[in-house]
Design a protein around this ligand. Structure first.
Ligand SMILES: Cc1ncc(COP(=O)(O)O)c(C=O)c1O
Length: 408
């Protein structure tokens, strides 16, 4: 049986009523026969049957042992960081999602957890950044928004080698180094980091898994039972659970994930090719382009190149970018990605505004960088929308041509 068929039919039919859609158990507590004698659930923060169905589904989807569903992607990231202790160090991808950066820098640094940001697409840089205190390597691949690709297998190998005792030198940690992959951009329809040696996967379920821009959710999937228990403990202790209705919505989204991703990828590929040939465009970032530095790694570790395309303008100013993002019609200007409707965003002033300018630019997030999330509209319509918006940017001057002037 093919994976998609298996996935769809792993969602159980309700044994009580035969309902083909998972029931939403909208309850806070569960009646017990006697103290501690119950039907597997006692209190809905600890566990809820609708959430449990989602958690099992996503664990299966990622090929992991345990899935845990949170109230947001950031809550999922937060739970993974809470596996650490004061004094531990993290190596993280340099163009990390802005919210994760804020969490590391403005919340956890004051608890004594220090993060070094390196270009994880260069495994040697990761190896050189290891210290005896390194306990976690944090990867996004592709990254948000420059779509940098990291070789997950190579990083997992480095983490393994780095688990040498302190006495063996600078590049040895004095304990296990966990590898966590934020798989939000690829989605498990394309990439399964646990099969490549990662210990944990996190998702902003808000994006491709949900797929309809109608919920906020996060997921952690662990490779083994022990880590799964730890994350479940942290979730129950901290309480950032996903509600039953949102769990149901996310299950419904996952049911069509593979189908949607196919179309997202097809449109993104066409858009990347179009942008490469447009005179107003400077650089195009899409791992599916043979010119992308991570192309061969992405082709090896993922089944497709995803639905996100980023690009910079020849006129590398915030103003030019603003002109573009306010000129598209089908691509709606909004944070987020991975939904049915196409979205456009300007990372320097939106998702990445919390990252200091020098750090942001060093990570490739230029002033004019624009990120597109291709939706499920007709590809030709999307291309036409981009064409008309780009035609408004005057190459080289940074000014927008007034349509009336062009017509005249
Ligand atoms: C790559 C990535 N990871 C995590 C998150 C955080 O997810 P959420 O917004 O669901 O908290 C985002 C949000 O944009 C993201 O793009």
């Amino acid at each position: 049986m093919q994976a998609t068929t298996q996935l769809i039919h792993s969602i159980p039919v309700d044994p009580l009523t035969g309902a083909i859609s998972v029931p939403i158990y909208q309850t806070s507590t569960f009646v017990q026969e006697a103290p501690g004698v119950n039907k597997g659930y006692d209190y809905a923060r600890t566990g809820n049957p609708t959430r449990a169905t989602l958690e099992n589904l996503v664990a299966q989807l990622e090929g992991g042992h345990t899935g845990v569903a949170f109230g947001s992607g950031l809550a999922a990231i937060d739970a993974v960081i809470k596996l650490l202790q004061s004094g531990d160090e993290v190596i993280a991808v340099d163009d990390i999602y802005g919210g994760a950066y804020r969490l590391f820098e403005q919340v956890y640094r004051k608890f004594g957890i220090n993060v070094t940001y390196v270009d994880t697409s260069n495994p040697e840089a990761v190896f050189n950044a290891l210290t005896p205190k390194t306990k976690l390597i944090w990867i996004e691949t592709p990254t948000n928004p420059t779509l940098k690709i990291t070789d997950i297998q190579a990083i997992a190998k480095i983490a393994e080698v780095g688990r040498a005792p302190k006495s063996e030198g600078r590049h040895g940690s004095d304990g296990k180094i966990l590898v966590c992959v934020d798989n939000t951009f690829a989605s498990p329809a394309l990439q399964k980091p646990l099969s490549l040696g990662a210990d944990l996967v996190i998702h902003s379920g808000t994006k491709y898994l949900g797929g309809h821009s109608d919920l906020i959710a996060g997921l952690v999937v662990t490779a083994d039972a022990e880590l799964g228990q730890k994350i479940k403990f942290l979730q129950n202790a901290s309480g950032a659970i996903l509600a039953p209705f949102d769990s149901w919505l996310l299950i419904r989204g996952i049911e069509t994930l593979h189908l949607r991703i196919r179309q997202h990828c097809a449109s993104a590929r066409a858009i990347a090719a179009f942008l490469e040939n447009h005179p107003a465009v400077d650089k195009v970032f899409y791992p599916g382009l043979p010119t992308h530095p991570g192309h061969s790694v992405a082709a090896r570790q993922a089944k497709g190149f995803g639905g996100i395309v980023s690009f910079t303008l020849k006129v590398d100013t915030r103003e030019a970018a603003k002109d573009f993002v306010t000129s598209t019609g089908l691509f709606k200007l909004a944070e987020s990605l991975g939904g049915i409707k196409s979205l456009v965003s300007h990372p320097a002033t939106m998702t990445h505004k919390t990252i200091p300018e020098a750090k942001r630019k060093a990570a490739g997030v230029a002033d004019s960088l624009i990120r597109l999330s291709t939706g499920l509209e007709d590809t030709e319509d999307l291309l036409e929308d981009l064409r008309q918006a780009l035609d408004r940017i005057q190459v080289g001057s940074g000014q927008v041509l007034d349509n009336a002037v062009i017509a005249g």
